[in-house]
Each structure stands twice: as structure tokens, then as C-alpha cells.
Design a protein around this ligand. Structure first.
Ligand code: SD4
Length: 335
């Protein structure tokens, strides 16, 4: 207890010293090494603790968050955390729902959707992107290098190649076999909670209080060629308001798009709701407006204060919560 108090006293002095030296809280944190993910920010006399927090959907949220915190430790922003997290999952050829290895559409073509948004409300998105392994990184390039928010199909692919991304065959043997098996029945029924490794939606708050988010997916399996889901649609699969909070969605995109789900969650938080209550209200909006017996949607939210929430229509949705001190896989509430 005393040791903890002494440590905190030492940190406060160091923060104050950093302030005198004109260092930002982030630079001070760098001096603090392992303390990097927890800033003590001088708020006009009061020292407030600002803790970096990251939440990401499904089991693969654990490795994603780990990569995100790795980026933070290297001096990255919350947007860098999001991009690093996305890339680790996008590059995993075993995963059937994101990046390389994602299940293809009905024509056997893997098409990827992704977007990102930062605390300033800047947004980038790609949809129906073929042959490019890191769609969220391409979305970030759209955000940072073009006057647009969204590029799709061939245009997105050409842009990505111009930006130095290398065309890659994204259809793995495992995914091709699943598609061939699917063709025996041609039965189109979205699968609820694919192996708990579905679309990855990620929300991060860095220790300067900046919120960012990202979402990346191969979309629902065996979709029609050209179909775009909610994941790359700003306001549907992802929305970030740096002054309020951020939300992301997973599940059947059509249900999320029809209710502009992530925007709804953020607007409810703006009205004062806790992220958990906001996710529950957005799920209820879907339940009240359509038959949900065969469809799953889950929302994940993180507000500016670092409070989080998650809720889904059906059970089985989980998310990873990571801070400087811990990383846990948590089952979301449902119903
Ligand atoms: C989509 N929302 O394309 C994505 C798929 C997904 O969990 O999230 N599955 O509709």
C-alpha cells in the first residue's frame, strides 16, 4: 500500500517535472517506460489519471489488442493502435472472416470491407476490395491521402496498388474448400457467430484521450458478388466522435445498416447514456423492427471516459478488453 502510494507520489512529481520542462503527457509517459499506458495529466492543479483502453470484438480481439498496445508502446496514437490491431488479424490466413483466408462470395471471390475513423471525425473506407491483404490500412490511406471518404471495387484496388500495396491471392485452400462445399447446396443463410472469429471492430482510447476506431471484414460468407455490408459504412459498422465516444458493430450488416447502428449508439451516449445502455438500446431498435430469430448483431462501445459496453441479440458474442494492467475476454450480454 505504502509502496503504491510512494510510487504514485514519485510519478506525480515526475509528471510535474515533465510539465515544467514543457513535455506533453505522452512524452512524460515515454519517460515512464511501463507506465506508458497510464497518463497522469495535470488538469489545472488536479492530477487526473488517463488510462489507455482498447476493446475489440470476438476472440481475435485479444491478439488484436496486444498488437494495438504494442503500437502505443512504440509511441503510436489510438489510430496507430487500430491499424496495428487490424493488420495482425487481417494477415491471419486461418481466420475465415477477415483479410486473407476470409470466406469468398458466391462466385468464389474474396472481397473485403474496412474503415477507420479518428478523434477529429476524419474517416476513410474501402468496400468490395479484391487482392489486397490490409484493407484497413488502405482505408487509412483513403482518409489521409485523398479528398474522399470511400473508395470501392476496382478503384479501391488501383488506389491501393498505387500506394504500394502488393496484390495477393486472398483465397486460401481452406476457404476455397468451404466454398466448393457450399456450392453443393447453394443455401444462403448467414451464419451466426462464425467460430467466434467474426468481423473485427476495434475501439481505442490512447493516453492523450484520443479516440479512434476501425472495422475490417470479408463480410458475410457467400454473399452476392458486389454486396457491401455495414462494416465499411461510416455510421453503420463504425462511428467515432472524439468528444463523446465510439461504437462498432458485428453481425448481419443489413440489420445494422437499416438502423444506422453505430451512429445510433454514439448519439445515445451523447445524450448521456452509459455505453452499455446505449448498446442495449441500439440492439432493441433492431429487435423491435424486424424478425431477429435467425440473425445476430452485436454492438461494442467505448466512451471518452474509457467506460465500455457490449450487447448482442443472441448469446455468443464476446469482446476483448485491454488496459495497461490487464487483458480479458468478456462475454457480452444479450437479448
Ligand atoms: C457484414 N457485418 O458484412 C459484417 C459481417 C459480420 O459478424 O460482422 N459478421 O455484414
Amino acid at each position: 500500500m505504502n509502496i503504491e502510494r510512494n510510487r504514485r507520489g514519485f510519478l506525480k512529481k515526475l509528471v510535474a517535472l515533465g510539465g515544467v520542462l514543457g513535455l506533453s503527457p505522452f512524452a512524460i509517459n515515454r519517460m515512464l517506460g511501463s507506465e506508458i499506458a497510464r497518463s497522469e495529466v495535470d488538469m489545472g492543479g488536479d492530477i487526473a489519471t488517463m488510462e489507455a483502453t482498447m476493446v475489440s470484438t470476438w476472440n481475435h480481439g485479444m491478439v488484436a489488442n496486444k498488437a494495438g498496445f504494442g503500437a502505443l508502446l512504440n509511441g503510436g496514437s489510438s489510430l496507430d493502435m487500430i491499424e496495428a490491431a487490424a493488420r495482425i488479424v487481417e494477415a491471419d490466413a486461418e481466420g475465415l472472416s477477415v483479410g486473407i483466408g476470409g470466406l469468398p462470395d458466391r462466385d468464389g471471390v474474396v472481397t473485403l470491407d474496412a474503415c477507420c475513423m479518428d478523434h477529429k471525425g476524419r474517416a476513410g473506407s474501402v468496400a468490395c476490395l479484391e487482392d489486397i491483404m490490409y484493407p484497413l490500412s488502405v482505408a487509412r490511406k483513403v482518409m489521409e491521402e485523398t479528398p474522399h471518404v470511400m473508395l470501392v471495387g476496382d478503384g479501391a484496388r488501383t488506389f491501393a496498388i498505387d500506394q504500394g500495396f502488393v496484390p495477393t491471392n486472398l483465397l486460401t485452400e481452406k476457404a476455397r474448400e468451404a466454398w466448393i462445399k457450399w456450392m453443393e447446396t447453394h443455401d444462403y443463410k448467414p451464419v451466426i457467430n462464425i467460430e467466434n472469429h467474426d468481423t473485427i471492430g476495434m475501439l481505442a482510447l490512447d493516453n492523450e484521450g484520443r479516440l479512434s476506431g476501425g472495422c475490417t471484414t470479408s463480410g458475410v460468407s457467400f454473399k452476392m458478388h458486389g454486396r457491401v455490408g455495414d462494416s465499411p459504412i461510416i455510421g453503420a459498422g463504425l462511428f467515432v466522435d472524439g468528444n463523446v465516444g465510439a461504437a462498432t458493430a458485428t453481425g448481419l450488416g443489413e440489420a445494422v445498416m437499416r438502423t444506422v447502428g453505430s451512429f445510433l449508439v454514439v448519439e445515445l451516449m451523447r445524450g448521456g447514456m452509459h455505453p452499455q445502455a446505449a448498446c442495449e438500446a441500439a440492439v432493441k431498435r433492431i429487435i423491435d423492427s424486424m424478425d431477429v430469430s435467425e440473425l445476430q448483431v452485436g454492438y461494442l462501445a467505448l466512451d471518452k471516459q474509457g467506460r465500455y459496453g457490449a450487447h448482442a441479440i443472441h448469446g455468443g458474442f464476446n469482446f476483448a478488453l485491454t488496459t495497461a494492467n490487464s487483458s480479458d475476454l468478456i462475454d457480452a450480454s444479450h437479448g
